[in-house]
Ligand binder design. Structure first.
Ligand SMILES: *[C@@H]1O[C@H](CO)[C@@H](O)[C@H](O)[C@H]1NC(C)=O
Ligand SMILES: *[C@@H]1O[C@H](CO)[C@@H](O)[C@H](O)[C@H]1NC(C)=O
Length: 270
């Protein structure tokens, strides 16, 4: 393996067909091969007003300080090296290429679902969000995973170890292009973790419903509404990176924005 990699590096400038070793080279890069050409970020990382805690966070601190009251980002609480390796573009295409995946529109109330082969999604539909397209006209791959087919992947995911009492976790997995995301909505508590790419989060407590149009994208909200928000209407926000998981409490409003081509997984605590 090491030898193959050395050869790849040596002949890195040869066309892909000549090398024939794409999978190995891709696994060594930090984007898992998901970023094929330099991506111009459509948005910034922004400020962070959420606590970021590391392995020193105890379960009782999590329950007392965050579980029922505010979001928190946990870093390094579980090791997903293996899962990340299995989520490279080459590995997922190899295992899931011909399988159907269910896409949903990226609006608050997702009205439309479309089934396409995974490979077609990756090659034709996975792309940057166009700024003037509505969320209701943007297809997004997240959730609706067939757990029979995705079990062999999901069994390698290590979710953050702190669950809520009397809940069990259900996974939703997705991949999306830069500038995409889901506009404001709410549901039960859970975690969201990025495996590749960065994801910016905007949240409001349950009693503070934000102003947004359910069919507009998070990107358009960020461009049109966010800059003119008075200080007391600003969201709680942060950008998470691979190795970090954001916990959202029950009923908190939230919207997401993928800053890069991102692979992500949520654990819903129902
Ligand atoms: C999930 O995948 C399995 C195996 O391919 C298939 O038999 C089953 O019908 C699928 N379930 C749904 C709900 O699509
Ligand atoms: C959002 O888009 C859907 C699907 O096009 C449409 O049926 C619905 O009326 C729209 N909602 C609003 C509030 O514009």
């Amino acid at each position: 393996m090491e030898r193959l990699l050395a050869i790849c590096l040596l002949f890195g400038s040869l066309p892909a067909e000549t090398r024939g070793l794409d999978a190995e080279t891709e696994l060594t890069t930090s984007d898992g091969g998901w970023v094929s050409s330099p991506e111009s970020s459509l948005a910034e990382e922004g400020p962070c007003s959420i606590a970021i805690r590391d392995q020193s966070l105890t379960y009782s601190e999590f329950i007392e300080e965050y579980a029922y009251s505010k979001p928190v980002i946990v870093r390094g609480l579980s090791d997903n090296t293996k899962f990340r390796f299995l989520c490279s573009k080459a590995a997922l295409l190899q295992h899931y290429g011909p399988r159907l995946v269910r896409l949903s529109t990226a609006n608050t109330y997702s009205y439309r679902k479309v089934d396409v082969p995974f490979q077609e999604f990756v090659e034709r539909l996975l792309r940057p969000q166009s700024p003037d397209t509505l969320g209701s006209d943007t297809l997004y791959f997240f959730g609706d995973n067939n757990f029979t087919e995705w079990h062999s992947l999901f069994q390698h995911y290590r979710p953050p170890p702190y669950a809520l009492p009397h809940t069990s976790g259900a996974y939703s997995f997705g991949i999306a292009g830069p500038g995409t995301g889901v506009p404001f909505h709410w549901h039960g508590p859970g975690y969201s973790e990025v495996i590749y790419g960065r994801k910016r989060w905007f949240l409001y407590p349950p009693e503070k419903e934000p102003h947004f149009h359910p069919n507009r994208t998070t990107l358009s909200w960020l461009t049109d509404t966010y800059p003119s928000l008075p200080p007391d209407e600003r969201p709680v926000e942060c950008t998470i990176r691979p190795g970090e998981a954001l916990y959202f409490p029950d009923h908190w409003w939230h919207a997401t924005l993928n800053l890069d081509t991102s692979v992500f997984i949520s654990t819903f605590l129902g």
